[in-house]
Design a protein around this ligand. Structure first.
Ligand code: ADP
Ligand code: MG
Length: 273
């Protein structure tokens, strides 16, 4: 049935789960090709700890690949990415490769969470079991504490009453809010969103954007690939426009979205607005 777009209650109580400090991201001269296709072409970008960045650009411009590189799901060919000055994985300087030890790579992984367009919940697990799985296995939390934190996170995304439901019993918007709670359960410094509302029916988009907007005030560094230009204008500190694997323009939303310098940004915005 239809759901009110503002189904998410406002959060006023201080979070019991403190946000970890830090979350500064430095992307330096990152390039990546798939065979002959250059997907990231010398991308450099710095994101302040706690900032909110919206990445826009047409399909195929390299947005997902960039997010995947930040989350260590994609190995880049050149350059490096660091979070709070610590390399994620390795650094390729010409022919020289500096690589972290496997244990250090695993330790770094919890710094970055990711929310996908397609939710990616475990269908055979209840909502609460979806959320406690990673904190127990990755953070090593005792089950009781993981459950307590999961309930708090569910309340935070407005789904306290859905703990025992299965994903298939939820709307797309509710499933995406569970996916956000699950990502937060690892207490990441950085949370990446790859078109988090693109798979949702229009009437469910608002409830997910409301949760992300609330998170934007929390101090976690957020990077959001989105076609929701109005949302980007409202929530982002910085908007980045990508095309052909390059950053063509970046800056405050008031400027990039209202008075872009680059003609390609203007053309893109004319199409999506
Ligand atoms: P966006 O998210 O902006 O739509 P992507 O980062 O997903 O762009 O993709 C950029 C380009 O890289 C596209 O042309 C895509 O087809 C290509 N690409 C992405 N992943 C792979 C892959 N694993 N192998 C080959 N080509 C890929
Ligand atoms: Mg994409």
């Amino acid at each position: 049935g239809a759901r009110a777009p503002s189904a998410v209650p406002a959060i006023s109580a201080p979070a019991v789960l403190p946000v970890r400090s830090g979350g500064e991201i430095r992307i330096a001269n990152v390039s990546k090709s798939f065979g002959p296709l250059t997907v990231l072409d010398d991308v450099s970008l710095s994101l302040r700890a706690g900032s909110v960045t919206a990445i826009i650009g047409q399909s195929g411009s390299g947005k997902s690949t960039l997010l995947r590189a930040i989350n260590h799901l994609e190995r880049v060919d050149a350059g490096f990415i660091a979070i709070d000055g610590e390399l994620i994985g390795y650094r390729q300087d010409g022919d020289t490769l500096y690589e972290l030890k496997e244990t250090d790579i695993l330790a770094r992984r919890v710094d970055v969470g990711m929310v996908f367009q397609s939710f990616n919940l475990f269908p055979h697990l209840t909502v609460i079991e979806n959320i406690v799985e990673a904190p127990m296995t990755v953070r090593g939390l005792p089950r009781a504490q993981a459950l307590a934190e999961a309930r708090e996170l569910l309340a935070r995304v407005g789904l306290a009453d859905k703990a025992e439901s299965y994903p298939r019993q939820l709307s797309g918007g509710q499933q995406q809010r569970v996916a956000i709670a699950r990502a937060l359960a690892l207490r990441p410094k950085v949370l990446l969103f790859d078109e988090p509302t693109s798979a949702l029916d229009p009437e469910l988009v608002g409830e997910v954007l409301d949760v992300i907007k609330e998170l934007s005030l929390s101090g976690t560094t957020l990077v959001i690939v989105t076609h929701e230009i109005g949302f980007a204008r409202e929530v982002a500190d910085q908007v980045v426009f990508m095309e052909g694997g390059r950053i063509l323009e970046q800056g405050p939303p008031a400027r990039v979205l209202a008075a872009p310098d680059h003609p390609r940004t203007r053309e893109f915005l004319a199409k999506v607005l």
